[in-house]
Design a protein around this ligand. Structure first.
Ligand code: SF4
Ligand code: MSK
Length: 626
């Protein structure tokens, strides 16, 4: 964090800088002010060597001097760091997987109790069913759906030791054997999370390796379980994303319209809100209040879910959520779960904006509570939109300033849409990789972190890698950053190396592909798995790498861990709180290679990281003899 931190140091994006300046002028506290107020942050916490798992603590280990080397119970720095890491993975895996469960419940409610969620993509339902070994021929859609739901529920509830159904159906045999040999094949999505909480409570597991192994197991239950289930069920219910043009950044808010921002992660309600925003009666009502219409836009991963499926514009990523309200033009910000700052209510108090919380899991003191119920989804969505419309007359025109910044972006690269763009199979991409026209692929996953200049790492890393003829796929806040920067336009390929540029030009695609929200990291696993099957090798043999270059959430820790456990070398651009244990660091960055075929690598400088990722890809190419 530089001294005299200026808006230009806080974000690379002009629209964002403009709103930071407005907030400063109007004395509205934002996340950057709060980070400053937190300085200096606790060194023990940063190293991961504080423990408060029982009332005898909190205990801290002195990493340098003559201070304590053990907690009161005798736990060492290694044990404490490993326990803390495992708990981070548990929290991240729980968040993604609970999201997955909610989508399965929505489909169950639709099939069994008439909740208003018709199956939009029957083809996808059948393809998921086939993968799971469920018969589809001459069967009614409803019956197939029931069986698919049953398989998903089993993954959250079965008590035997066999691998979960979805991981078994989607991962290739080589990978599954690696997990089996390492003892990390997930048995039950919930159980792996619960077992972490059990192992890490006072006086249970103290061994770094077994604690990390359990963390890996839970993360695999996320990537090849909870997140994958979220993606597949959302595609079935709301449609599989298709390639199309969208708009991104704060400039998607409209001065003369009722602006509704849907923010969070689960699209089960926001799907209904964008439908309600097109309701002729509500549009008429908006006109009565003096607006030209209703403008529903997204934010964070809920926004990406809507963007990739329906072309809904996205107003920003994690660090832009407060700033959307600072425009003074938002009638309602509708939030569900995850990555939603509690401070939104305080920022909203400076304007007429209503924060509407909707999830039974997440209540924001000071917000308007309109809780969601799948069976009444249509009525609740209309009530929310009506609340926003009725708030339009409270807007104070003199407080409105919407930045002009917005960009067009191509999005919607589900695995299915990508295959279609390639003519039905991955072969053209695999041929380009074999011939060296494209050197390899890096999957970049989301998050902004206020400790990093907003979007800087995402854009710099992406630019550096595409120059080296490396195709980028990715999700989450990375995707919004690229959309805002214009990277998702086919013409951006002119910034890529000659090989990648030629391929992009011939296919009419950008050099980086938006695969969706953070649960859609599962799409990257599916793609990697397909490629490994086609080439008859393991995922760890492919010229692939991963990166979470502005990582912030516990979910990112889980994603990074399941990437590594899937055989992918994974870069982190921010440092997780593990440096207090050399042993844990060694397991994560070195030993993991021998056990699961992938490992972590930490480098804050995206230019240096791009160099290392490129070298790794070249090493993999050499080993494959291509
Ligand atoms: Fe301290 Fe051990 Fe309790 Fe942790 S579990 S707070 S190290 S006594
Ligand atoms: S919203 S999890 S900051 S991607 Fe998914 Fe962005 Fe990371 Fe939240």
């Amino acid at each position: 964090m530089p001294k005299n931190w200026k808006p230009e140091d806080k974000s690379i994006d002009q629209a964002t800088q403009e709103m930071i300046k407005k907030a400063e002028k109007e004395n509205i506290e934002t996340i950057w002010d709060r980070l400053e107020a937190q300085q200096p942050q606790c060194g023990y916490g940063q190293l991961g060597i504080c423990c408060k798992n029982c009332f005898q603590g909190p205990c801290r280990i002195d990493p340098f001097g003559d201070g304590p080397k053990k907690g009161v119970c005798g736990a060492t720095a290694d044990t404490i760091v490993a326990r803390n890491l495992a708990r981070m993975i548990a929290a991240g895996a729980a968040a993604h997987s609970d999201h997955g469960r909610h989508v399965v419940i929505a489909m169950y409610e639709a099939i069994e109790h008439g909740a208003p969620y018709p199956i939009k993509d029957e083809k996808k339902l059948k393809s998921v069913a086939k993968k799971l070994g469920i018969a589809v021929d001459n069967r009614e859609i409803k019956e197939i759906a029931k069986d698919v739901i049953k398989k998903a529920f089993e993954d959250f509830g079965k008590q035997d030791d066999s691998i979960i159904n979805f991981a078994d159906a989607y991962a290739n045999d080589k990978r599954k054997q690696t997990w089996k040999d390492a003892g990390v094949a997930p048995r039950n999505i919930d159980r792996e999370v619960v077992e972490i909480m059990h192992r890490t409570t006072m006086g249970v597991d103290h061994d770094t390796v077994s604690l990390i192994a359990q963390g890996i197991k839970a993360s695999l239950g996320d990537g090849w379980g909870g997140s994958l289930i979220a993606t597949e069920f959302q595609d079935i219910l709301f449609g599989t994303p298709q390639i199309g043009k969208r708009e991104a950044n704060l400039g998607v808010l409209k001065e003369d319209y009722v602006n509704i921002v849907v923010h969070g992660h689960e699209p089960v309600l926001s799907e209904k809100i964008i439908e309600a925003a097109q309701d002729p009666e509500l549009i008429e009502l908006a006109k009565k209040y003096g607006a030209k219409g209703i403008n529903a836009v997204g934010m964070c991963c809920t926004g990406l879910e809507l963007l990739v499926r329906h072309g809904t514009p996205i107003a920003g990523n994690y660090l832009q959520q407060e700033l959307a309200i600072v425009t003074g033009a938002v009638e309602a910000m509708v939030v569900d779960v995850q990555c939603i700052m509690p401070s939104l209510v305080d920022v909203a108090r400076c304007f007429h904006t209503k924060i509407i919380d909707t999830s039974s899991l997440a209540t924001f003191p000071g917000a308007t509570h309109i809780k969601f119920d799948e069976r009444k989804a249509d009525e609740i969505a209309k009530e929310i939109v009506r609340t926003a419309v009725e708030n339009f007359s409270n807007r104070e025109k003199n407080k409105v300033q919407i930045p002009k910044g917005k960009s067009e972006a191509i999005g919607g690269f589900s695995v299915e849409a990508t295959l279609e763009a390639l003519g039905g199979s991955l072969q053209p991409l695999e041929d380009a990789i074999k011939s060296g026209t494209i050197r390899g692929i890096v999957g970049i996953v989301g998050c902004n972190n206020v400790k990093v200049k907003h979007n800087y790492n995402h854009i710099t890393l992406t630019n550096e890698l595409i120059k080296n003829d490396i195709l980028i796929i990715g999700t989450g806040c990375w995707a919004t950053a690229c959309a805002e920067y214009g990277i998702f336009l086919p013409e951006y390929a002119k910034n890529a190396g000659d090989g990648l540029r030629t391929i992009c030009e011939s296919l009419g695609i950008p050099p980086a592909l938006n695969m969706g929200s953070c649960v859609d990291c599962s799409r990257m696993l599916v793609l990697a798995d397909l490629m490994a099957r086609d080439l008859g090798v393991d995922i760890s043999d492919l010229p692939l790498a991963g990166s979470a270059t502005e990582a912030m959430t516990e979910k990112a820790v889980s994603i990074g861990t399941y990437f590594v456990a899937s055989g992918i070398f994974t870069h982190l651009g921010t440092t997780p709180p593990v440096l207090g244990s050399q042993e844990v660091v060694k397991v994560l960055t070195e030993n993991a290679f021998d056990i699961v075929g992938g490992a972590f690598y930490v480098e804050p400088d995206p230019v240096k990281a791009a160099k290392t990722l490129t070298e790794y890809i070249e090493k993999k190419r050499k080993a494959l003899g291509i």
